[in-house]
Write a protein that binds this ligand. Structure first.
Ligand code: PLP
Length: 347
């Protein structure tokens, strides 16, 4: 840290993502909730075609991807804003809706980036504990704040609240509500159909998980055009580049491939949960592409280290209330089999 750093940032190092080892077949990577399958085969040719126009800036609002997403979700293009990953969209929410000193309400636990973004924006974080069932406590709606953010399904727990529950729990809230649906394609239902009745809600989505495009960096928000205009006013000028627009549009058009990724993850999730529980692990019911599980002896840290020695990466969060659990992304059948074998569970 230099002596020139803005004092209000403190000495923190920002968001710490899961380890990214060098690409290649040497690691089984179950630590950052990426797709175990590669993206649609349509992506490569679309990117190749887009290369010819790289001397031109991309469309500032990410067309034609924005309109394709609007059609996909049954909303107008003015209800969609694209960003360089869901992370940038989330950052834009803080820029657009929280002044320094304003309170923002988060669940506990939640996606750990959110408190980092709050610190960067100078907002004050108020947290409300979530139970493992994922239902939203009353305080989440009633504590004063300019913005409330929740992940549904949640990370790192994987717990999920049905949209009808959110409608009831958030009735009467008059601040911005951001629902991060990064993992929603692995869950039964989305909140997107509820946006028409909730002009203060934003739903954030990503191509990183269920479309297998974490390396591309494309996310978006859906919501009332006025909220979307607020986000567009603070996001960078060309948030999504031409290659990413072309690739994401090609992936979106290949819903059969998307369904293959989701189907495999969901069936493997059920297999992994059953195997872990059968061996005495405590697994929170998950509607995401990962599970949050406590080994029978509660020795999560040493299990993570032992797995790493066998070149299997899982995520351990030593700080906070859940240091006794591991977040394990769902892999291919072979990867999950290797994980189970490595922790001594026969399949
Ligand atoms: C809840 C949640 N939202 C957003 C993201 C990041 O999405 P993106 O890769 O599109 O920035 C993650 C990544 O793990 C996440 O867990």
């Amino acid at each position: 840290m230099s002596r020139y750093r803005r004092a209000s940032l403190g000495s923190g190092s920002g968001y710490v993502p899961g380890e990214q080892p060098p690409d290649g077949p040497h690691w089984i990577k179950l630590n950052t909730n990426e797709s175990p399958l590669t993206p649609s085969p349509r992506v490569g040719p679309a990117v190749e075609e887009a290369v010819a126009a790289l001397h031109r800036y991309p469309h500032p609002q990410g067309e034609p991807l924005r309109s394709a997403l609007a059609r996909h979700h049954g909303v107008s293009p003015s209800s969609v804003v694209l960003g360089n990953g869901a992370d940038q969209v989330l950052e834009s929410c803080f820029r657009a809706f929280a002044d320094p000193g304003d309170a923002v309400v988060l669940t506990r636990p939640t996606y750990s980036l959110l408190s980092v973004l709050a610190r960067l924006s100078g907002a004050r974080v108020v947290t409300v504990p979530l139970d493992d069932g994922g239902s939203i406590p009353e305080a989440f709606a009633t504590i004063p704040g300019v913005m409330r953010l929740l992940c549904n399904p949640n990370s790192p727990t994987g717990s999920w609240a049905p949209p009808a529950h959110l409608t009831g729990a958030l009735a009467g809230v008059d601040s911005v509500v951001v629902i991060d649906e990064a993992y929603c394609d692995f869950a039964p239902e989305s909140c997107v159909p509820l946006l028409a009745d909730h002009p203060n809600w934003l739903v954030v989505r990503t191509f990183a998980k269920s479309y297998g495009l974490a390396g591309l960096r494309v996310g978006y928000a859906l919501g009332h055009p006025d909220l979307i205009a607020d986000l567009a006013a603070v996001i960078e000028t060309y948030p999504v580049d031409r290659l990413a627009i072309a690739a994401a549009a090609a992936a979106l058009a290949d819903q059969a491939h998307h369904a293959r990724i989701v189907g495999m993850v969901v069936s493997e999730r059920e297999r992994l949960v059953a195997a872990l529980r059968g061996a005495g692990w405590d697994v929170i019911p998950s509607q995401a592409n990962f599970v949050f599980a406590r080994p029978p002896r509660g020795d999560a840290a040493s299990v993570a280290i032992e797995l790493k020695q066998q070149r299997i990466l899982v995520r351990h969060f030593p700080d906070g209330d859940h240091g006794d659990r591991l977040r394990i992304s769902i892999g291919t059948p072979e990867q999950n089999g290797a994980l189970l074998a490595a922790i001594g569970i026969g399949v």
